[in-house]
Ligand binder design. Structure first.
Ligand code: AMP
Length: 301
């Protein structure tokens, strides 16, 4: 039986500029990308907040994928807004602005029907909110979290607190370095384990990702793309593929985490093909599976 996956994260209006063009105030946010992908594998429940300026029909395509949006609250104020500009080296981006807006005073209340969720993904939001959520969920079996430099630098103590209570952490190479103060990624990853999570995934953009679990490292490349239109949300899509796959399978073991890493990689590659979340509006499960097959052939020795 499939057991539901709860995600708490952001729903946003993103303004993005890449070498391929720009878009203004399009649907974004960690919870949006995550649920659009994870719902290919497992029913997803979302807890997030939007402002009065948000048209909920923007989430219709996610709803049609069976995602339960009962935990998306509408509060007085404006929706979270984020702006970024990517360099020619698309792994590099500058955040132009982060307007927390309704997130500033948000106190996530997990709907009663969600508190028994067995699997939880704490997408990238303020670690205080991540902590709040964990305190409300009853005995989750598997909790994974994401974070970003804003919180590593600005809310370190809260972040360290959440880390103690999760099974897994997904972050990128620069974040793992910032979190630990260690440049060598292998050493840094081992240091993160001492902070709490027993499973750590480090993403390295176009250079792939690795998993650290049971004292072993497992590396995979990224899916090679001729053109990256917009990498926004690739990290959240990666997390959606990883968490969706392993919670859908329900087998919490290293061999499955490795497969999850593959689905995460493939989801992230699709994400980059169009601006914002557009690619997930018409992506089919069999396209995801086909590219996964192609990728597995590609990396086979
Ligand atoms: P990624 O490219 O995977 O790092 O994710 C980018 C998404 O994260 C965008 O859609 C943003 O709206 C969202 N985001 C960026 N900064 C924050 C933040 N401080 N809190 C929550 N979500 C954020």
């Amino acid at each position: 039986m499939l057991m539901s996956l709860l995600v708490v994260g952001s729903i946003a209006f993103d303004s993005i500029e890449t070498p391929s063009g720009r878009v203004n105030e399009v649907l974004g946010g960690s919870a949006s990308y995550f649920s659009a992908v994870a719902s290919f594998f497992n029913p997803v429940r979302v807890v997030a907040v939007v402002g009065r300026d948000f048209d909920k029909s923007l989430l219709d395509f996610i709803k049609e994928k069976g995602v339960d949006l009962n935990g998306v609250y509408v509060e007085d104020g404006e929706t979270f807004r984020w702006g970024a500009k990517y360099h020619k080296d698309i792994n590099q981006r500058d955040t132009l602005f982060t307007k927390l807006n309704v997130f500033q005073s948000f106190k996530p209340k997990i709907p009663e029907e969600f508190v028994e969720s067995k699997y939880v993904f704490l997408a990238n939001i303020d670690p205080d909110l991540q902590n709040d959520v964990l305190n409300q969920v009853r005995n989750p079996e598997f909790v994974v979290m994401d974070t970003m430099n804003l919180w590593i630098n600005g809310k370190r103590d809260s972040l360290i607190n959440v880390l103690k209570n999760v099974n897994g952490l997904i972050l990128n190479d620069s974040e793992v370095r910032e979190l630990t103060g260690e440049y060598n990624l292998i050493k840094a990853t081992k240091l993160v384990k001492e902070m709490g999570p027993e499973i750590i995934i480090v993403k390295k953009g176009e250079h792939g990702a690795f998993l650290y679990a049971d004292d072993n490292f497992f590396f995979i490349p990224a899916f090679p793309l001729d053109e990256v239109i917009d990498p926004t949300g690739a990290g959240d899509s990666f997390a959606g593929g990883f968490m969706g796959y392993i919670t859908g399978s329900g087998r919490l073991r290293v061999s499955e985490y490795k497969k999850g890493l593959v689905f995460g990689t493939i989801a992230a590659s699709y994400c980059c093909e169009r601006f914002g979340i557009e690619r997930f509006k018409d992506l089919l499960k069999n396209e995801l599976d086909e590219r996964t097959e192609k990728f597995l052939k590609m990396i086979k020795l």
